[in-house]
Design a binder for this molecule. Structure first.
Ligand SMILES: [Zn+2]
Length: 176
């Protein structure tokens, strides 16, 4: 397996991932290590397992600002995460490693409560606000097969996708 970043319209980005049931296993540790490595390599703030072809419900998040030193963000590994409560609404401008070049503004909840497991299988609960709440929603959507463009109105979604597919074609053309 190469663990390269999967970009839309890759099928794995449209599918709900399997729940992890191999807690404490070396395989889980390996997956998470690869996910951290890829996320930092690509300069992301979060990564869902299926974005690099791992078919399980795993996400990693690090909201630490990269360009400002000394500021601590939140660093999380969440296994089988689920949003159990949402509060408020905000407009969020987001990009996605699986949609290179696309940046859109979509509605998101302001606060979320998330239940998940840690790598040993213990129950954990996260209360996310502001930026962390947005990243949690974005990444948890990924493992459920929901791309962020789904929150756009249909006409706008079609426009964004057409432009994106055109730019991808150009990109592939260059590579050949
Ligand atoms: Zn994404």
């Amino acid at each position: 397996m190469s663990y390269e970043i999967r970009t839309w319209p890759d099928r794995i980005l449209k599918q709900k991932m399997k729940k992890v049931d191999f807690f404490g296993d070396q395989k889980l540790k390996e997956y998470v290590d690869i996910m951290w490595k890829k996320m930092y390599e690509l300069d992301g703030v979060g990564l869902a397992a299926n974005q690099i072809g791992i078919p399980y419900q795993i996400i990693v998040i690090d909201t630490t600002p990269r360009e400002e030193e000394g500021k601590e963000g939140t660093k999380l590994v969440l296994i089988n995460p689920e949003i159990v409560e949402k509060e408020g609404e905000t407009q969020s401008t987001e990009g996605c490693l699986s949609f290179p070049g696309v940046q859109i503004t979509i509605p998101r909840a302001e606060k979320v409560r998330v239940k998940a497991k840690d790598m040993e299988g213990n129950d954990i609960e996260i209360n996310g606000e502001d930026f962390l709440a947005i990243v949690l929603q974005h990444e948890i959507d990924h493992i459920n097969g929901i791309p962020f463009i789904n929150y756009l109105p249909p006409v706008k979604k079609r426009m964004v996708l057409e432009k994106y597919m055109k730019s991808r074609k150009k990109e592939y053309g260059k590579a050949k």
